[in-house]
Write a protein of this length. Structure first.
Length: 184
């Protein structure tokens, strides 16, 4: 009996008067409540996520109403080229030839592309190495995809992939603005 009495005295006079003792007592009470609630609630086998939702999609449009989307999509206007200037296809062909025709050094390679490039692309290509060009020759005619009257995308087929060029022609003189490479 004395051991039980000493344990209760220690519990009430020392342990529950310290912060750690109070925290431990509160933790035991909280975990006891959670455990009892789980025992009373029983097993839960519900799937993860929201339960009890609608069986069919919620429609906010009357299904009998016609389609309110675009009835037709207007094709972009054809690219505009100034008299005497290169067409976008011809500019892309010449740029691809210059891009593939790596000169003896990077300066000559970049100089060959400079007249066909925008200032922004010329700056991006500064420091590029022509040895990193992944193809050797053009294998087909370029494909033109007009975006606007002054922006087109041209795809040039090469022996190991496709060279995708974005050309801009704000005054009818077409220049390559972006270069992208797709390996086949």
């Amino acid at each position: 009996m004395t051991a039980m009495r000493r344990a209760l005295e220690f519990l009430f006079t020392r342990a529950l008067r310290s912060r750690i003792g109070v925290a431990l007592a509160l933790a035991v009470v909280v975990f006891g409540i959670i455990g009892a609630a789980r025992l009373v609630a029983g097993p839960t086998d519900s799937p993860a996520g929201v339960t009890g939702g609608p069986r069919q999609p919620i429609s906010t449009v009357d299904p009998e109403t016609g389609d309110d989307g675009a009835t037709s999509v207007a094709e972009p206007p054809p690219p505009r080229t100034s008299p005497g200037a290169l067409t976008p296809e011809r500019t892309a062909e010449r740029f691809a030839t210059a891009w593939l025709g790596a000169g003896p050094d990077a300066d000559q390679w970049q100089a060959a592309m400079r007249p066909l490039s925008t200032a922004a692309l010329t700056e991006k290509l500064r420091g590029a190495d022509p040895a990193g060009v992944p193809a050797e020759r053009v294998t087909g005619a370029p494909t033109l995809l007009p975006r606007t009257e002054t922006t087109v995308e041209v795809t040039v087929p090469l022996d190991l992939g496709r060279l995708r060029l974005t050309l801009v022609g704000p005054e009818g003189r077409w220049l390559v603005d972006e270069v992208d490479w797709e390996r086949q």
